[in-house]
Design a protein around this ligand. Structure first.
Ligand code: ADP
Ligand code: DP6
Ligand code: CO
Length: 358
């Protein structure tokens, strides 16, 4: 092998927002959850990760830059993803440049990774989901791994649980799985991005500051201390998963909105039931909830569903464009620009709303 070449692959992956939440692991190392979850994959333009992975014989070690700053790859999560993809690497040939990498070469070659999120990192908008899905997808392309997206999802899961759901567009289910080695804990598509394309998602950024308690730490403390989590995982979520799949398949917005809001609220209740309690939402988040609840009740049928991940930022899912326009008007009225509660919004609309991660 000549010493001078570099091979690069760039991938782009959108984030996903859970409508039935994952919160709690039964196995920390393999990242196996205590319940199934369902999410919607977002528009690949507005909230996405772009990752470039490069390999060269001149690289002395694996290195990674996140949003322009070098980060350590020593954490188990990055190592898990690198190890699993390396184990599946195949021969790669660039005939034009006369470069040949055999399966065995990959054990010795090092990679450099540069990743950018075009939205706030670690602020409760699932940067870890887009980030690890994109990393695994890009590495698999670079190393010519032949695994399909579900198999790749089980690897992305070992980087960050929610990442397994970003390997597909549309609505996606992460099946918790049963076996100890985690091989059946992976993502499957429920419906594709065209199935329900009149939904419009508005993300109201209440704060882009990094959260105080990371999802990983938060859910560990919840598993250790919350009795409510046990009840949620065993009794509530299994029923909700069935109902949510039905609602999505039938495009039944009333059921969808009811389940989405209830599950977000229960997730935050479980955070409050943690000792010491974890507060991800703030006053502005609570005001957004009240505003949507009041509006939905006054109309009689839900127009908008809200859901909050591990942070104060609202993900608002409007039934259609008309509801989205009305919602934006309300948000501007109640949270005016240049005020303390000004919101930065991403509007994910049109037919492009849900696109494939590939
Ligand atoms: P979020 O709500 O944004 O997902 P988490 O606490 O779950 O917050 O995860 C944030 C962590 O995910 C970051 O500190 C970083 O370690 C990792 N992460 C975020 N973006 C990327 C990325 N593009 N590539 C790799 N890892 C990422
Ligand atoms: C509230 O996937 O970020 O967004 O697996 O420890 O990396 P780790 O946690 P992460 O947790 C996401 C929690 C959530 C709900 C969800 O996305 O299902
Ligand atoms: Co996360």
């Amino acid at each position: 092998m000549a010493e001078s070449w570099v091979i690069m692959v760039t991938a782009q992956t959108p984030t996903n927002i859970a409508v039935i939440k994952y919160w709690g692991k039964r196995d920390e190392k393999l990242i196996l959850p205590v319940n199934d979850s369902i999410s919607v994959t977002l528009d690949p333009v507005h909230l996405c990760t772009t990752t470039t992975v490069a390999v060269s014989p001149s690289f002395a070690q694996d290195r990674m830059w996140l949003n322009g700053k070098e980060i350590s790859l020593s954490g188990g999560r990055y190592q898990n993803c690198l190890r699993e993809i390396r184990a599946r690497a195949c021969d790669v040939e660039d005939k034009e440049r006369g470069i040949k990498i055999s399966k065995k070469d990959w054990e010795k070659l090092h990679v450099h990774i540069a990743s950018y999120n075009n939205f706030p990192t670690a602020a409760g908008l699932a940067s870890s989901a887009a980030g690890f899905a994109c990393l695994v997808f890009a590495l698999a392309k670079l190393m010519n791994a032949k695994e399909d997206n579900s198999e790749l999802s089980a690897i992305a899961r070992q980087g960050s649980g929610s990442a397994c759901r970003s390997l597909f567009g549309g609505f996606v289910k992460w099946k918790m799985g049963k076996v100890e080695d985690g091989s059946d804990s992976l993502a499957v598509q429920v419906v594709d991005e065209k199935h329900w394309d009149d939904l419009v998602i508005i993300i109201a950024v209440v704060s882009s500051r990094q959260k105080e308690t990371s999802s990983t730490t938060g859910m560990r403390e919840t598993v250790e201390t919350s009795l409510l989590l046990q009840h949620r995982a065993k009794e509530i979520v299994p029923k909700r998963i069935i109902q949510m799949e039905e609602a999505i398949k039938n495009r039944d917005f009333a059921s969808f909105a009811h389940l989405t809001c209830a599950d977000s609220n229960q997730f935050h209740a479980v955070c409050l039931d943690t000792c010491p309690p974890i507060f991800y939402m703030n006053d502005t988040s609570h005001r957004i909830i009240s505003c949507v609840e009041k509006w939905n009740r006054s109309v009689g049928t839900p127009q908008v569903a809200y859901t909050f991940d591990a942070g104060p930022n609202a993900v608002l899912i409007a039934h259609n464009r008309k509801a989205a326009a009305q919602l934006l008007q309300k948000l501007l009225f109640y949270f005016p620009p240049n005020s303390d509660t000004e919101l930065n919004s991403y509007v994910l609309g049109d037919k492009s709303i849900l696109k494939d991660a590939g």
